[in-house]
Design a protein around this ligand. Structure first.
Ligand SMILES: [Zn+2]
Length: 368
């Protein structure tokens, strides 16, 4: 039985419509529709579920204080709660303001989304403000701040990840500007990390940005870069994508979740995989599953990959923002979507294709 002192509130993402003896709950968050048969009493109760009244008070309003009114209201509330149609907080705005008025205003729409994640039961926390605090308290490292990393950094800065560390050795060139969203004509010739840090701080004054100008040549080069990170997104591809990915994974294992294997060329965007130590397959298992494709392992290369693959901002931005969404999920303590699978987006049919990448039995890294 629902607590009669509670102040039940319908989720903000729920629309309720009535058609005679049927109530229809349209859940905008996932486009599901729930139908219930109802009477006039239930309809009267539903419109009062705005978090300002206790169950007893709603009973008094709908039944004029008749005996057992509170119990009948509690019964309706319990069904709605079971169907996840109620919010887990009676009044979200006061919770949001606990972040401080300036932050509550800055993050307003995002807090409402986070609140809905909590109401859906995806988070341990009950309040969207708690998820925002988790982001604010977290550190994300982005290796490579080009066509993917730039979009990831932009989205994580906007979302309020408290400390962003961006690592790159490159300088801004004119051919970067069609897809590397952090840079402008005025930045040509400056280190990418410096230009990126300026832009990210301009976007969100509530976060810290650390620029690390460094060329990565081995896992040891990354020890200081990943130190203290809650998540590393590898978007670097120099000297080769596989080399740098191996070093990043080595530097992160077994303490730091890392998003790996990302890239894009022509109309394929590679989302790669999320590696969560203790939870998902490790990078060696992922490589073992994907490297031998087409039986080309060990073949002699006659014509290799060109230095400059075709690319454009609209497409690299799509990949980067999907990766940022995955990063936010991991940092906010929500379930990741890209673990234990390898995913690519084909932008022509506009499809995401995934294949499983299981842990290898007896893998010395993750098989325990
Ligand atoms: Zn493994």
């Amino acid at each position: 039985m629902a607590d009669t002192a509670s102040r039940p509130r319908l989720r903000d993402s729920v629309i309720v419509q009535a058609d005679g003896g049927t109530l229809l709950f349209l859940c905008l968050a996932d486009r599901t529709v729930k139908r219930f048969t109802c009477d006039e009493f239930v309809k009267a109760v539903v419109v009062l579920l705005d978090g300002t009244r206790t169950i007893e008070e709603i009973g008094a309003l709908t039944c004029g204080g008749a005996a057992g009114a509170g119990a009948r209201v509690a019964e309706v509330v319990q069904i709605l709660e079971h169907e996840r149609l109620l919010s887990r907080v009676a009044a979200p705005e006061p919770e949001f303001r606990l972040l401080g008025v300036a932050r509550a205003e800055f993050y307003d729409r995002q807090l409402r989304l986070f609140q809905d994640f909590c109401d859906e039961g995806w988070a341990r926390e009950t309040s969207g403000a708690a998820l925002q605090r988790r982001l604010a308290g977290s550190t994300a490292v982005i290796c490579g701040i080009g066509g993917l990393g730039g979009w990831v950094a932009l989205a994580l800065a906007a979302a309020g990840v408290g400390r962003l560390r961006v690592c790159d050795f490159d300088r801004v060139e004119v051919s970067n500007l069609t897809r590397q969203v952090l840079f402008r004509m005025d930045d040509l010739g400056t280190p990418k990390v410096d230009a990126a840090a300026v832009r990210l701080r301009e976007l969100n004054p509530f976060i810290e940005v650390e620029a690390v100008e460094r060329r990565i040549g081995c896992a040891e080069d990354l020890a200081g870069v990943v130190k203290g990170a809650d998540l590393v997104v590898n978007a670097a591809d120099q000297p080769t994508p596989n080399d740098v990915a191996g070093w990043v994974s080595e530097a992160c294992w077994p303490d730091i979740p890392h998003i790996m294997g990302t890239g894009y060329a022509y109309h394929i965007g590679v989302l790669g995989t999320s590696i969560i130590p203790g939870l998902t397959a490790c990078w060696s298992c992922v490589r073992a599953e994907t490297f031998a494709d087409h039986g080309r392992d060990g073949m002699e290369t006659l014509v290799g990959k060109r230095d400059k693959a075709g690319a454009m901002g609209a497409l690299s931005g799509l990949v980067g923002n999907i990766l940022a969404w995955e990063a936010i999920r991991i940092l906010a303590g929500l379930p990741p979507a890209l673990g234990d699978r390898w995913s690519e987006v084909d932008f022509w049919p506009l499809e995401i294709r995934s294949r499983p990448v299981p842990r290898r039995p007896g893998c010395p890294t993750c098989g325990g």
